[in-house]
Design a protein around this ligand. Sequence first.
Ligand SMILES: [Zn+2]
Length: 64
Amino acid sequence: MEEKQTLICDKCQVEMADMDVQFSYLNRSFRHKVKRCPICGQVCLSEELVTGRISAVEGLMEDK
Ligand SMILES: [Zn+2]
């Protein structure tokens, strides 16, 4: 049995779709797949993703 995580947009009541999004932070950019509503364009970022990415980028900065 496959357990697939599905997110529904609160506003539109439609399933959010995977989308490749480019982020930029401290003059660095990176791409990541996020869930995005195809109707209103709202994206869903997990806090884990955001904090994980940001600390990774900060690690790179300190590495200089
Ligand atoms: Zn929506």
